[in-house]
Design a protein around this ligand. Structure first.
Ligand code: AMP
Length: 214
């Protein structure tokens, strides 16, 4: 199974990907996570990626597609892939088709998480994660059960993404509208798009996605 989770920043792609990994032993391929690793390095590429991410712009198609290609090469044949935050442009969508074919895979489903954009800024600026294990939280919608302690690993160290501030978020949304939303009609023409209400609770959205994959 190869699926794309599509939706604007804050739609819940990361949270739902992590759920799919647990429930279906699929592999999450998040170009955002890969680029967050890249930017940590004190290299020219790391600095360039950091500047682009902090502005809310998009990193070059060739860089992200090469990352996806490399990750798929490491995966077992039967392992399902969840593309999270990729593709984000028409060029990337074309590159993904080529990369999948090269690895003997085909795209099964595109799940679009439909969300109310006004609610997204609040969703995004309230989110944080465990610095140790990466479990995702939100100040009001999904806080840890015990304040300041990660539910999953007990760590008391948390972090926020530097690009989760209002100005960058607005730019990321504009990029989504201008460059990512236009790739949907192509997938619709192939009859593989399912829309899921991304404003529902995390468990409800997860159930809706499971029904799509069943
Ligand atoms: P995300 O974690 O998916 O919200 O991505 C965070 C940031 O990484 C985005 O705002 C972009 O700057 C960059 N990024 C992630 N995925 C891509 C992609 N597929 N193409 C270009 N830039 C990306």
């Amino acid at each position: 199974m190869n699926i794309i989770l599509l939706g604007p920043p804050g739609a819940g792609k990361g949270t739902q990907s992590k759920g799919l990994v647990e429930r279906h032993a699929m592999v999450q391929l998040s170009t955002g996570d890969m680029l967050r690793e890249t930017r940590k390095a004190d290299t020219e590429l790391g600095r360039k990626v950091a500047d682009i991410m902090d502005s809310g712009g998009l990193v070059s198609d060739d860089i992200v597609s090469a990352m996806i290609d490399a990750k798929l090469a490491e995966m077992g044949e039967g392992q399902g892939a969840i593309f999270d935050g990729y593709p984000r442009t028409a060029a990337q969508a074309g590159q993904l088709d080529e990369i999948l074919a090269k690895h003997g895979r085909a795209l099964d489903r595109v799940i679009e998480l439909e969300v109310n954009e006004d609610a997204l800024v609040e969703r995004i600026t309230g989110r944080f994660s465990c610095a140790n294990c990466g479990t995702l939280y939100h100040d009001t919608a999904n806080p840890p059960k015990v304040e300041g302690v990660c539910d999953a690993c007990g760590s008391t160290d948390f972090k926020r993404r530097p690009d989760d501030n209002e100005e960058t978020v607005r730019n990321r949304m504009a990029e989504y509208r201008a460059k990512t939303a236009p790739i949907l009609p192509g997938y619709e023409a192939r009859g593989i798009v399912t829309r899921v209400d991304g404003m529902a609770g995390i468990d409800e959205v997860a159930s809706a996605i499971d029904r799509v994959l069943a």
